[in-house]
Write a protein that binds this ligand. Structure first.
Ligand SMILES: Nc1ncnc2c1ncn2[C@@H]1O[C@H](COP(=O)(O)OP(=O)(O)OP(=O)(O)O)[C@@H](O)[C@H]1O
Length: 634
């Protein structure tokens, strides 16, 4: 197939501009391999069935020149019975083909979808930040459906029809080569037209599929953000945005349809003209006695039998092109690398730099001398145990190149069993820093250690078992309240669940219609923001993790509930090393020490009282909050 070019309607992986459709489709082989026997078997059956159709005109020729010419009713009955048998066998073989491919191709589609889902789970958060969810959804649904259809139909029929056309033309040329040539000659412009069409169609097909992904994103956002849309009365502007995009899809679809219509018109007209010319020429030759009537009947029947294989080429090529585009779009995602050793290698030199900075800092006496109320409950040597950030640097991959990294030279040690509050102005990078611990993002410099072990040296499973997280935005899944909480620990049972619900002050769950078995999340019961946060907190603490990272997990709670959660959390945190992003003094007071994040680094570490005394920035951050809280308290 020809070379195609691809415009991108939407960010989502880098696809080369030029790509061979055949090469794209060949990438499906690993998925097709397990079902190859059935697929090839089905193609062979279809070739036999199709060629059987070509025998029918030969039987007709025998009947016209034989039993019909000699007025032999027995011969005519025999011919009729032969034709009926051939037709029945042809239909049965095509039925067998369908049966052969149906189930295996459904399993190919399922395997590809499972791989895509698994891969999406492994891709880093930075990938999901860049890709619109609609683009991923459309790949997992529409594109995979297109691929199944391609494997079931066009792939087989391109082969079957190709073989049938070749066999048919061989029969035509052998029967009467001059008439055969009349039919063969239009094939030359047809082949040229098809290859031109393929190049242009590929471009349009890619655009349509990308635009459909964009449309899916808009619909999804509209549904998920329905409260904002309604709350701000944005129905019209949302509807306008939707209409504009669907208008774009419509006009690209129309362009695609026009291209197809032009090709089909040519593919259908040229053979019809050729058959017409052959009919006139053949009739003249039969009249002149140069050709038997039977040969002309057989010739024209064969030509008419070839009409479908030739005329179907247009849409078979179009479907193949759609499938090649779907394959490209599928592998755009599958080729995206999960965060791997490569990231670690990239980070290595700056990590070394981080360690040097750390050594230098320690020689100077270091800025981290505050011991205050810090508790010595270490499981390892002081200095090694706990959670440690060493010269940590992080920049978002999509940040402008001239922008400084969000974090640079972050040095912080949270001792074993200690709770450290992380405070900083809006946009200082608190969420970013916490996301580095469970490796939702990979550090671009420096390193993070848990009890002295570099987090990049831990397997994902080990890391997940050690670190639990809760974010300000609590995400619940379409599952029961209990299942949502138990997601936090693989081996936790009812006892742990009840304890976690207690710690997170999420006892409201027991009052739900079916208690912990009540469906919540997107498909289930709607919960308040505070209730969701408490369930998310319960999920974080259910496994009794060694390290707890909480990104402002109490922001949606009223002061009274927050105090209760804090009292319960204190008991949990006593045995856990915790980093807690805090905006309110009440949350800060939960901690043994406070770290102030400013200008991309840790500007000060100390107790709340000490920072209030010594840091003007901290004072200003806290005084704003205290004033706010004063206003909220009764
Ligand atoms: N996915 C992203 N891609 C690029 N930049 C980002 C991304 N997420 C955050 N940023 C930028 O990184 C900086 C730090 O953001 P972050 O969310 O970590 O701040 P924060 O201190 O947690 O803020 P807040 O207190 O408002 O939650 C901001 O300038 C933000 O615009």
């Amino acid at each position: 197939m020809a070379v195609t070019s691809e415009p991108r309607a939407q960010e989502g992986g880098a696809a080369p501009r030029h790509r061979s459709a055949t090469r794209s489709l060949l990438r499906l082989w690993p998925y097709v391999r397990p079902v190859r026997a059935r697929l090839f078997g089905a193609a062979a059956v279809a070739v036999v069935a199709s060629c059987m159709g070509l025998v029918i005109p030969l039987v007709l020729k025998w009947m016209v020149d034989g039993p019909v010419a000699h007025r032999d009713p027995g011969g005519v009955w025999l011919g009729g019975a032969l034709l009926l048998a051939l037709g029945t066998a042809e239909a049965a073989l095509f039925g067998l083909r369908r049966w052969l491919v149906g189930r295996p191709l459904a399993s190919v589609e399922a395997a590809m979808r499972a791989d895509l889902y698994r891969h999406l789970q492994r891709l880093p958060v930075s990938f999901h930040d860049r890709w619109a969810s609609g683009q991923l959804l459309s790949r997992a649904t529409t594109d995979l459906m297109l691929l199944r259809m391609f494997l079931a139909f066009p792939l087989t029929f391109l082969v079957v029809n190709g073989v049938t056309i070749l066999a048919g033309f061989a029969i035509l040329l052998s029967q009467e080569w001059t008439l055969g040539l009349v039919l063969v000659i239009p094939a030359v412009p047809l082949v040229i037209l098809c290859s031109l069409f393929e190049t242009r169609y590929a471009t349009v097909a890619r655009t349509v599929q990308d635009q459909t992904g964009d449309l899916t994103t808009v619909v999804e956002e509209g549904v998920l953000g329905v409260r904002i849309v309604k709350g701000f009365g944005r129905h019209r502007s949302q509807a306008r945005a939707f209409r504009a995009l669907s208008e774009q899809v419509r006009s690209t679809e129309l362009h695609k349809a026009r291209l197809l219509a032009t090709l089909w018109a040519l593919i259908m007209t040229l053979p019809e003209l050729a058959i017409g010319a052959a009919l006139v020429l053949g009739t003249v030759r039969v009249a002149d006695g140069d050709l038997s009537a039977g040969t002309l009947v057989a010739f024209l029947s064969t030509a008419l039998t070839l009409r479908w294989p030739v005329e179907s080429l247009g849409f078979l090529l179009a479907m193949s092109q759609d499938a090649a585009t779907a394959t490209d779009r599928y592998f755009d995602v599958m080729d995206a690398e999960p965060a791997t050793a490569a990231d670690r290698l990239r980070a290595a030199p700056s990590r070394e730099r981080g360690r040097e900075q750390e050594r230098g800092r320690e020689q100077e006496g270091g800025q981290e001398r505050e011991r205050g109320q810090g508790r010595e409950r270490g499981q390892g040597r002081e200095g090694e145990g706990g959670l440690r950030f060493e010269g940590v640097e992080f920049a978002y991959a999509d940040a402008p190149p001239d922008e400084p990294p969000v974090l640079h030279g972050v040095d912080l040690h949270i001792r074993p069993g200690e709770t450290m509050a992380l405070v900083g102005a809006t946009g200082a990078g608190k969420t970013t820093l916490t996301a580095l611990v469970p490796r939702l993002h990979e550090v671009t410099g420096g390193r993070i250690t848990l009890d002295g072990r570099d987090i990049t040296a831990l397997s994902r499973e080990e890391l997940r078992a050690l670190v639990a997280v809760a974010f300000e935005e609590p995400t619940l899944f379409s599952a029961t309240a209990g299942e949502n909480v138990l997601m936090g620990a693989a081996d936790a049972g009812t006892e742990e669940l009840l304890r976690a619900l207690k710690v997170a002050q999420a006892d409201f769950v027991h009052a739900l219609p079916e208690g912990t078995d009540t469906e919540v999340g997107e498909q289930g019961l709607s919960l308040s923001g505070g209730q969701r946060q408490r369930l998310a907190l319960a999920r974080a603490v259910v496994g009794g993790p060694r390290f707890l990272v909480l990104d402002d997990p109490l922001s949606a709670l009223d002061v009274h509930t927050e105090a209760l959660v804090e009292a319960a959390l204190r008991r949990v945190l006593a045995s856990t090393t915790a980093l807690v992003v805090a905006h309110r003094p009440s949350t800060v007071l939960l901690a043994d020490r406070v770290a102030l994040l400013s200008g991309g680094r840790i500007a000060a570490v100390g107790t709340h009282q000490r920072l209030l005394r010594e840091s003007a920035e901290y004072r200003s951050l806290m005084s704003g909050q205290e004033a706010e809280e004063g206003e909220r308290s009764p």
